[in-house]
Design a protein around this ligand. Structure first.
Ligand SMILES: N[C@H](CCC[C@H](N)C(=O)O)C(=O)O
Length: 321
């Protein structure tokens, strides 16, 4: 591999994947050094000036006994989050494609716990997403008591939603028809609503019948995506709590279908769906600007189309040892 010139960083190998059009840049941070600052993640996520993805998924060595890998997830806005359902399926396929394991049942440590991935045939993967969290402080959602349906004031109107965590926070509204639901208007307002102190993914759920639903999700930190795995799980939990859905539901998202099963409170949510690997690539990481270079950099020294935020707090995302 060609050696970096002075000031340049190393090459980074990655794979572009998706789960029903919810797309990912996936990086093996076991076999190669990985250092990306949040602003670099934002630039790489850009669909015109970068690679383009909804989330960056990072594979790391396990940090716990009897776990195979650690799984870190970053939204396209650079924020690190606790869970990604579609990403978990692609993670399982990636670690086998890259020969990091030959297991078919893979235990993965996330920021909020351990999930189990089961690799099936033809790229299908089943994920045990864990037991959904319904207690407001743990979601987190501001409420004086736990309810199946909360009333929330937003933008001068009152909406009803369920608040559920699959490790990451979700608000779920039931709508007549997802095609006409106000996803673009209401999604960002509820994503950033003060009652969701860690922000939230906002699902718009249409009940077709007791075993079929349609769903659109305005994702925290990424906007509306073609599919949201944890969102589909949260939506089925919400539908079951409201008595509108049975325990096994086909959820139709913009990008395709997921099968979600939930046997009720205290039991885990199971998600089954497809994975796709699109291409492999390499990119040259920026070198760490030396203090001398930073002082010497010309005012407004930015690449075409890339408006760097001056004096932004510089943190670097590195894979944990
Ligand atoms: N935007 C989510 C992370 C990705 C979730 C989604 N892509 C999925 O498949 O679950 C959050 O901030 O919690």
């Amino acid at each position: 591999m060609n050696q970096p010139r002075r000031g340049q960083g190393p090459m980074l190998n990655f794979t572009k994947m998706h789960g029903l059009g919810n797309d990912f840049m996936v990086v093996d941070a076991i076999s190669q050094p990985f250092r990306l600052r949040p602003e670099m993640i934002r630039e790489l996520a850009d669909r015109h000036f970068g690679i383009g993805f909804d989330q960056l998924l990072v594979v790391e060595p396990p940090g716990l006994p009897d776990v195979d890998f650690r799984y870190r997830i970053f939204n396209s806005d650079g924020s690190e989050v606790e869970q990604c359902g579609n990403g978990a399926r692609c993670f399982a396929r990636f670690v086998r494609d890259q020969r990091l394991t030959n297991k078919k049942v893979i235990r993965v440590q996330t920021a909020k716990g351990v999930i189990e991935l089961r690799v099936g045939r033809a790229g299908m993967v089943t994920v045990d997403m864990g037991v959904p969290e319904l207690n407001p402080p743990a979601i987190p959602f501001a409420a004086d008591q736990r309810k199946d349906i909360y009333t929330v004031e937003v933008g001068g109107e009152t909406v009803e939603l369920s608040a559920i965590s699959l490790g990451n926070p979700h608000g779920v509204l039931v709508v007549e028809n997802v095609d006409t639901a106000p996803v673009g208007e209401l999604g960002p307002r509820l994503e950033n609503h003060p009652r969701f102190p860690a922000r939230a993914n906002i699902g718009f759920l249409q009940i077709v019948d007791r075993t079929h639903a349609r769903l659109r999700v305005f994702e925290r930190g990424s906007g509306e995506t073609m599919a949201c795995g944890s969102g589909a799980c949260a939506a089925v939990v919400a539908g079951c709590l409201r008595g509108l859905l049975d325990s096994r539901v086909d959820v139709e998202l913009t990008g395709g279908h997921l099968v979600i099963e939930w046997q009720g409170e205290g039991s885990p949510v199971m998600m089954e769906g497809p994975t796709a690997s699109v291409f492999e690539g390499q990119l040259r990481l920026p070198g760490d600007p030396s203090p001398r270079r930073r002082r010497g950099a010309r005012q407004g020294d930015t690449r075409p189309g890339q408006q760097r935020q001056q004096n932004r707090q510089r943190q670097t995302v590195t894979s944990k040892p």
